[in-house]
Design a protein around this ligand. Structure first.
Ligand code: NDP
Length: 507
């Protein structure tokens, strides 16, 4: 698809820096080595600690979105495979995992966390090759945070009765966990760590475009000597995810992904006694007041929307700027965009990697075109994109109005929509004018204003003078169409336990 309005371009500073004399200089390539990574030609379903083809044998291909080259074939699970995985997980819960003391479960979780740390380079490279995200993000964010989740929940495993005093917390049984493609390993950790700490067994279904770190994690499960059937991983299309959700022996469903699929899952679970956590889309407001330190805010804005190519459910995709600082802030932001390096995700200098799939790239292009058609002003820095792969320039829209699709719909790409406001009340009104409610950001020097804004925002997480900060101890989740339930912290643990005291939810 071509964009029909000419881009505003500047001298080619993207992928360039400026030396002290103001002369542009280019970064030398700094590609991460891949020779220490072993990607198998074909991955089978991981059920009961063994890897085996689906029955009947069927596979699909997984590609590198930065090169469009095939990486591996993975098993396409059948309905019978889903049943086998659930039966195996149920038996593992009954015969081994639920019988272990919390202290013993904790040892396994600590072991997994340490192995993830030991193998972090391998995980970072595979994650980047399969998802398109820059290696500096998978290396410095995804993998360390995944290990941190296992460490954190290992700490809770033997303290459940202190976490929920007088409630006799009980594990639920088999948990079905469906995760998306934007943070494949991190979402796996968010789901598996609390489930195991609470004494459940799991079946994880990764997204079809990004299953490779999940299958690498299967190797960690074996290495950590987890009892067979405690962690099971199956791959296949959305329907296979739905089979898993509907299976009568599943006691808990945890889903992260689009609001549309989240609603389908909510309907499938309605009327059953399955516990459900939904972490869905977002359209976060990042609000900059005129007293905010602008240079610091620029970094927060860039991190908020261009981190992980904007493929982040809590991305700060709507920027609200107080009118009096709109002009200088936009000038600084455009200059900063010109310094973002777009390209090979395996290069350690890359800031913006590849979009995860051709389908997602088409969605981003379509929404950007709608922004142009509806009259917003587009800015993209001049930078060369690789000839192959699903790349998209960091994009900024000014002159956006509340009714534009780019102000209302989740784009899930490196596209920022800028709007303005005059008073805090107007900012609150506009920021909350969205069907979503996952996250928000506030930039101001005034502490009292931070408290006022945080209390008024209809969002599960509000960052003040920062953005996109994650910690395993902190609950994360949404309001409205962003879903319900919380992951992380003690709240994330409660989602995998029956704390009613009467064992009504366990089987
Ligand atoms: P989906 O919601 O379709 O995918 C998320 C996960 O759900 C994947 O594992 C997917 O499997 C699975 N799935 C798909 N259909 C079903 C179903 N009927 N029943 C059970 N599981 C299902 O997201 P998309 O990949 O289609 O992305 C579309 C949009 O969703 C994005 O553009 C973005 O706006 C939003 N999104 C939000 C995310 C978030 O973190 N909140 C994450 C990803 C996307 P499979 O991969 O095999 O289809």
């Amino acid at each position: 698809m071509t964009l029909t309005k000419k881009r505003e371009t500047r001298p080619a500073t993207a992928s360039w820096g400026l030396s002290a004399g103001g002369i542009p200089w280019e970064y030398a390539p700094a590609p991460e080595a891949t020779d220490h990574v072993n990607i198998e030609r074909e991955y089978g379903l991981f059920i009961g600690n063994t890897s085996a083809p689906s029955r009947p044998r069927k596979t699909f291909s997984v590609i590198n979105p930065a090169t469009e080259e095939p990486l591996a074939k993975v098993a396409h699970a059948s309905k019978a495979d889903v049943h086998r995985a659930v039966t195996t997980a149920r038996e593992a819960h009954r015969s081994s995992w639920s019988k272990l003391s919390g202290r013993e479960r904790a040892k396994y979780l600590y072991r997994i966390a340490r192995i993830l740390q030991e193998r972090s380079r391998e995980f970072a490279v595979v994650e980047t090759m399969n998802s398109g995200k820059p290696i500096k993000e998978s290396r410095d964010v995804d993998v360390p945070l995944a290990a941190a989740h296992f460490f954190y929940y290992a700490g809770w495993a033997d303290k459940l009765e202190y976490a929920f005093p007088n409630r006799e917390p009980q594990s639920l049984g088999v948990a079905a966990q469906i995760i998306p493609w934007n943070f494949p390993l991190l979402m796996l950790a968010w789901k598996i760590a609390p489930a195991l700490a609470a004494g459940n067994t799991v079946i994880l279904k990764p997204a079809s475009t990004t299953p490779l770190t999940a299958y690498l994690f299967a190797d960690v499960v074996r290495q950590a000597d987890l009892p067979p059937g405690v962690v099971n991983i199956i791959t296949g299309p959305g329907e296979i995810g739905m089979e898993l959700v509907r299976h009568p022996d599943v006691r808990k469903v945890a889903f992260t992904g689009s609001t549309a699929v989240g609603k389908m899952i909510a309907r499938a679970v309605a009327g059953t006694d399955k516990k459900l956590t939904l972490e869905l889309g977002g359209k976060a407001a990042n609000i900059v007041f005129d007293d905010a330190p602008l240079d610091q805010a620029i970094e927060g804005i860039v991190n908020g929307i261009y981190f992980n190519q904007g493929e982040v459910c809590c991305a700060g995709s709507r920027l609200f700027v107080q009118e009096s600082v709109h002009e200088p802030l936009i000038a600084k932001l455009k200059a900063r965009l010109g310094t973002l390096r777009v390209g090979d995700p395996l290069d350690k200098n890359t800031d913006v990697g590849a979009i995860n799939s051709a389908g997602q790239l088409a969605k981003v292009q379509e929404l950007v075109q709608s922004g142009i058609d509806e009259g917003a002003e587009i800015f993209q820095p001049a930078c060369d994109l690789p000839e192959r792969g699903f790349f998209f320039r960091p994009t900024l829209f000014t002159g956006v109005s509340q009714s534009h699709r780019i102000a209302q719909e989740e784009i899930f790409g490196p596209v920022l929509s800028v709007l303005t406001f005059r008073t805090p009340e107007e900012a609150i009104e506009k920021a909350n004018n969205t069907p979503y409610g996952l996250s928000a950001g506030v930039w101001t020097e005034k502490g009292s204003r931070i408290f006022k804004m945080v209390a008024a925002m209809k969002a599960g997480v509000v960052w003040a003078n920062t953005f996109n900060r994650f910690d395993p101890t902190s609950p994360f989740g949404g309001y409205k169409e962003s879903g319900h339930g919380r992951e992380g912290g003690i709240h994330g643990l409660a989602a995998y336990l029956d704390v009613s005291g009467d064992g009504a939810n366990t089987r």
